[in-house]
Design a protein around this ligand. Structure first.
Ligand code: ASP
Length: 308
């Protein structure tokens, strides 16, 4: 079967449920822009990896989201980002954690996958490597938005359960290959050096052409303890569950660890699932029908539009 499909998320959380209309619309526009960019790649026979990286890059550059510019701030007002890319075709992945100064962490994650022998690089070395790979760097202040400062101020002492607005993408390309990418600034007010689920392969990000591609969002500590994305894979592989049932059951394991969240996932056949246990999750999808759909809440708030 030759059909491509792409989904993106802009984070699971509770805040979107109470956001002013303009902010919601701005986030929706960001999701649509990311889908358009990724869909163009897939429509022109680009790979699933290229599509998810292109889509996530758009969301990292959009200050509405907790990734790249606009990231959640640590307790010391610094930005430390996590990102990962997983390639289901070759079952390989690359990731960066607690990364400072790299404009597009998802590109650094891809470079780790394609240019090094390693899977996960962390800390200051990432910016040095990124520079040597020709990736753009920015000073800390460039990443800090008034919105992120306000969120930190409101958080008082200690991190909240989940900051929301983390971003991710999953895709199946025309050759049937799967890929996932996730990028985040983590939790508002987190300690410096804290690493969430997003860059941990099998927790926040996963892709295997034989099963599924998954990008998660939500309480990172619980997602890690549940080995969330790999749990979705295992349920598909070992129990014969469908993609939606597998995601829902894996979210139950997250709840056991006291966390809430959501994910976007695509299976081998191109079926999508986008469940979440928070109040809202920015999400959208595109396929060969030429339509783009976006949704935020649980109830029907689906908006569709033509891609072109
Ligand atoms: N999962 C992310 C983290 O814990 C945050 C989020 O998705 O809201 O770093």
């Amino acid at each position: 079967m030759t059909r491509w499909v792409l989904a993106v998320h802009g984070g699971a959380g509770d805040r979107a449920a109470t956001l002013a209309r303009e902010r919601l619309e701005a986030a929706r526009r960001g999701v649509v822009a990311a889908l358009r960019t990724g869909a163009e790649v897939l429509a022109e026979r680009g790979s699933a990896v290229e599509a998810v990286v292109a889509a996530v890059k758009v969301l990292e550059d959009d200050p509405e989201f907790n990734a790249g510019r606009g990231s959640a701030l640590t307790v010391d007002r610094t930005v430390e980002t996590d990102a990962a890319v997983a390639d289901g075709r070759l079952r390989r992945a690359g990731a960066v954690a607690a990364c400072r100064g790299v404009r597009n962490p998802v590109e650094a994650a891809r470079a780790v996958m394609e240019r090094t022998e390693h899977v996960l690089m962390a800390g200051d070395a990432v910016a040095q490597l990124a520079e040597s790979w020709g990736l753009e760097l920015e000073p800390n202040d460039w990443f800090v938005t008034p919105h992120a400062l306000e969120q930190l101020r409101r958080s008082g002492q200690g991190p909240g359960p989940s900051s929301g607005e983390t971003v991710g993408a999953v895709a199946r390309d025309l050759d049937g290959h799967l890929a996932a990418a996730t990028s985040t600034g983590g939790r508002v007010g987190q300690l410096r050096g804290r690493v969430g689920d997003s860059p941990l392969i099998g927790a926040g990000t996963w892709a295997d052409d034989g099963t599924c591609a998954v990008s998660a969002t939500g309480g990172g500590e619980a997602l890690i303890l549940a080995a969330f994305a790999h749990e979705v894979d295992a349920l598909l592989r070992l129990t014969g569950a469908g993609i939606a049932a597998a995601c829902n059951r894996a979210l139950e394991s997250v709840a056991v660890h006291g966390g809430r969240g959501g994910c976007i996932a695509v299976d081998v056949a191109g079926n999508l699932a986008m469940p979440f246990t928070t109040e809202a999750m920015y999400r959208g999808w595109a396929d060969m029908s030429g339509e783009i759909a976006t949704s935020v809440l649980h109830e029907r708030d689906l908006l569709t539009r033509r891609r072109g």
